[in-house]
Design a protein around this ligand. Structure first.
Ligand SMILES: *[C@@H]1O[C@H](CO)[C@@H](O)[C@H](O)[C@H]1NC(C)=O
Ligand SMILES: *[C@@H]1O[C@H](CO)[C@@H](O)[C@H](O)[C@H]1NC(C)=O
Ligand SMILES: [Zn+2]
Length: 447
């Protein structure tokens, strides 16, 4: 076992505890920090382990199965696999012992997740922030994002239409916009924020929309003019709100299923539903739901894309996630290759190059099952296989797989992530156009 042990700093810790108690004795209202019901991650650690043997894989599978004091980023599946695990403080001795006994190599990437959450909170604009104050150096509540979309539609009435889809379990709107500069374009569907905690996704979504509306760069103007665009910045509005109000690490929607809540909407689509890489346990982070498209959020997106796939000529689908720095195309559930595999490899590679050439970040491109892990019922498989959208990608944005921030990407990285992702869009749509995907009816890739 190779654990990087940092010196434990007990003295400052005791001081903090002490002052914390003092502060509470001094305060008389119920609204003190100690009375908050928000989830806290004090002294939670992130471990990165390397699994070499079947025995080690089995141990980690049992650990995930038995205890929700460990949050796995992905599942233990096979030897020769790296895995990030969030470990609750009362389990640090246990995991240290397990890694020692089973000779699992690993290191601690981060010693206190709450510090990261607290630092990011300083960059969250307050509830009720006016849409005129929207920018890409802060994170924003759902309400401000929605008002910003309305503001853009009022500024560009000839280009933008607001699409207020009515459906989330808690009756929040799934608000989107359509951008169309001229008739006859093929359309790009951009789905963001399906996983609540991946805050960079909605931020990049609005960044790219804003660039399409305002940039004078010829290649961006070309995309804005010669494609129609659908942007849905927050497809999981209930979950997104919950990450601000209650638990920064929430991923699913908020519908109750017995003891637990929430369906992983990106496992709920009608494509190999509840197969490999999805769980039928409502308490699991990748719970597939009660049935295919059981969730209102899934239903409205499926219906909208289905209704518009032909009439609005949706030929491209981008699903935006974080983290791991990947550009992935179908399938997630089988190693069978899609018919246009070679084209999708080429288009993905162009995207990865464009990102590298912007700020030097390395993104890996490939089929989903080959690059990340198996998944079933995800939106991109569904759009490709059930809706005939031939150019379909899931992005995992910053940071890298061994990231110490995970979903807590600092706000100063929003703009650079937006820049490199826009560069990827330019390159990928350019390559797909060259390959004939947007040529008109009956073209290559018609499924
Ligand atoms: C997880 O636990 C359940 C019952 O608690 C058991 O049926 C299942 O086989 C376990 N899975 C693994 C991978 O250990
Ligand atoms: C696991 O992580 C190490 C260190 O980052 C890296 O060198 C290695 O290639 C990774 N292995 C796999 C299978 O991803
Ligand atoms: Zn995700």
């Amino acid at each position: 076992m190779r654990l990087l042990n940092h010196p434990v700093q007990l003295a400052p810790l005791i001081l903090v505890v002490f002052f914390g108690i003092n502060a509470c004795i001094a305060c008389d209202g119920p609204a003190s920090a100690a009375a908050s019901n928000k989830a806290r991650y004090d002294q939670f650690r992130i471990y990165r382990v390397f699994l070499e043997t079947d025995e080690q894989v089995g141990i980690m599978q049992q650990l995930e199965n038995r205890s929700d004091s460990y949050q796995f980023m992905g599942h233990a599946r096979n030897p020769n696999q790296n895995l990030s695990i969030m470990v609750a403080p009362q389990k640090i001795a246990e995991i240290t012992d397990l890694m020692d006994r089973f000779q699992i190599q690993g290191q601690v990437l981060l010693y206190n997740i709450q510090e990261l959450i607290d630092a990011q909170e300083l960059t969250v604009m307050p509830k009720g922030t006016a849409p005129e104050q929207f920018d890409w150096t802060h994170y924003f509540h759902l309400d401000t994002i929605h008002k910003w979309l309305d503001l853009q539609a009022s500024k560009y009435p000839d280009l933008l239409t607001v699409i207020p889809l009515q459906a989330s379990y808690e009756r929040n709107l799934i608000k989107g916009v359509k951008l169309s500069a001229k008739p006859g374009n093929t359309a790009v569907f951009v789905e963001c924020g399906i996983h609540a905690r991946e805050w960079i996704s909605p931020a990049v979504c609005t960044y790219i929309l804003n660039q399409l509306l305002t940039s004078e760069a010829p290649e961006v103007h070309d995309l804005a003019t010669n494609f129609d665009w659908f942007f849905f910045p927050v497809v999981n509005p209930d979950g997104y709100k919950y990450t601000f109000d209650a638990d920064r690490f929430w991923r699913k929607n908020r519908r109750p299923y017995g003891l637990c809540r929430g369906v992983d909407l990106n496992r709920n689509f009608e494509s190999n539903w509840n197969g490999i890489g999805a769980s039928s346990d409502p308490c699991a982070y990748d719970f597939a739901g009660g049935s295919a498209a059981s969730e209102p959020e899934t239903q409205v997106i499926q219906n909208f894309v289905k209704q518009n796939a032909q009439s609005a000529r949706i030929r491209t689908y981008f699903s935006m996630h974080s983290y791991s720095q990947l550009i992935m195309f179908p399938y997630g559930y089988t190693t069978d290759r899609v018919d246009n595999y070679a084209d999708l490899v080429a288009i993905g590679e162009r995207g990865s190059e464009a990102i590298r050439n912007t700020h030097g970040k390395q993104y890996l491109a490939g089929a989903m099952i080959e690059t990340i892990y198996p998944s079933s019922g995800d939106s991109v498989d569904w759009a490709y296989a059930e809706c005939g959208v031939p150019v379909a990608y899931t992005f995992e944005l910053r940071g890298p797989p061994e990231s110490t921030n995970m979903f807590i990407l600092p706000a100063e990285e929003i703009a650079p992530t937006g820049e490199e992702t826009l560069a990827a869009y330019v390159a990928m749509l350019g390559e797909a156009r060259k390959l004939g995907y947007y040529d008109g009816v009956g073209q290559k890739g018609e499924l």
